[in-house]
Write a protein that binds this ligand. Sequence first.
Ligand SMILES: [Zn+2]
Length: 385
Amino acid sequence: MATVYDNLVGQDHASEILRAAVAASRTGVETQEMTHAWLFTGPPGSGRSSAAVAFAQALVCGYQGCGTCNECQSAANGSHPDVEIIRTEGLSIKVEEIRELLTRVAWAPSMGGWRVVVMEDADRLTESAANAMLKAIEEPGTRTVWLLCAPTLHDVLPTIRSRCRHIQLHTPSDEAVTQVLINRDGVTPAMAHFAARVSQGHIGRAKYLAFNEGARSNRTTIMNLPLQLNSLAAAFKAAQTLVDLATSAANAASEVRDEKEIASLQEAYGKGATGRGMATGAAKAVKELEKEQKSRATRMVRDSIDGALLDIATFYRDVMMVQAGSSDAIINTDMVDAINAYAAKHPHHSTVSKISAIMEARTNLAHNAAPLLTCEALMCRLAKA
Ligand SMILES: [Zn+2]
C-alpha cells in the first residue's frame, strides 16, 4: 500500500526513524522518539523538504501517513489548517517574517493533534530571525512541531542545531531514482535511466528532464560548451550562452507563477473595487508582491546557473575518469566519443584544476558575485589547455 514515505526515495533509515516518531506521537506526550524540533539535512535533491512534508502529513493523518486521506492531501498542498509550509522566495528569512509566523502558530492545533511548521530553507534565517524562532522551539509543552531543512548542520546556528533531532538524508542511487520515475511518474525505462544518471540522484531535476524536451535540449547545449572553448572569444561567447539559457529557463518558470500570484492577490482585494482605501491597499500589496517576485527571480537565475555549472562539472569529471582508466564510470554516456577525444588531448592535472575552477565559481555565485562576470572568468580558465 502506498504511504507518504514513498516520497523518501532511497532513505530507508530516515523513514524508519520518522515512522517510529509518528507511532510514538500518538500518545500525545513528548517522548524520546517524538520531539518537537527536527532538522533535516542532505545534499540538494536528496529530498529534504519532501521528507519533512511527508513527516508533517504523517503527524496529522489519522492513519500515520496514508498519503490519500484529506489530512494528508491538504497538508501537502499547504491548505491544512495545522500545517504551515514556509518556502523562502527571497535570499533570506527576516525576523519580521518569523514574528508573524509565531503569532499565526500560537494557537492550539485546530484538529487536536499537532501543529506542524515545515521550514524548507532554515539556512536562510538571518541571525535575529533564528533567535526569535529559538524562543518558540524552547517553549515547553507546546503542540507545535518544527521541521527545519538545511543542506548541512553547519548551515544553522549551533543554538538551534543543538535543540533539534537530526535526520540525515543521502543522495539516492541512480537505480532508486530510475525506479521512482518509472513506477511513480510513468516515465519509460530508457528515459528514466538517462534522466536519473545525468541528474546524479537529484530526483526533482531528473523528473523535470524526463518530462521536458526544452530542458533536455538546453542541457545538450550546455554540455557541449566545454568542446567549443578554443579561444578567448569563444570563452566569452560560451559564458553568454550559459547565462542566457539559465536566465530564460528560470524566467519561464517564474513568469507563470508571478502572473498567477498577482491575479489571486487582485482577486483577494476584489478586482476593480471602487472604494478608495481598497484600491490603495491593493496597489500597495501588488507592489510588495512584485518586489518579492523580483528577489525570487534573482535567486532562481542563480540556482539555474549553478545547475548548469554542475552539469559542466560532470563533463570534466567524466574526462578525469577516462584519464584515470575508469571509462565505465562515466555519467554522460551520450557523449562518450567527445569525452574520450578530450581526455586524450588534455593533461590530467588540467582537468583537476578545471573542476576546482568550476567549484570556485559556484562558491562565488553563492556569495552574490555578478553572474556573467563570474561565468566569463570561469570560461577563460576552462579554455586554457
Ligand atoms: Zn492520511
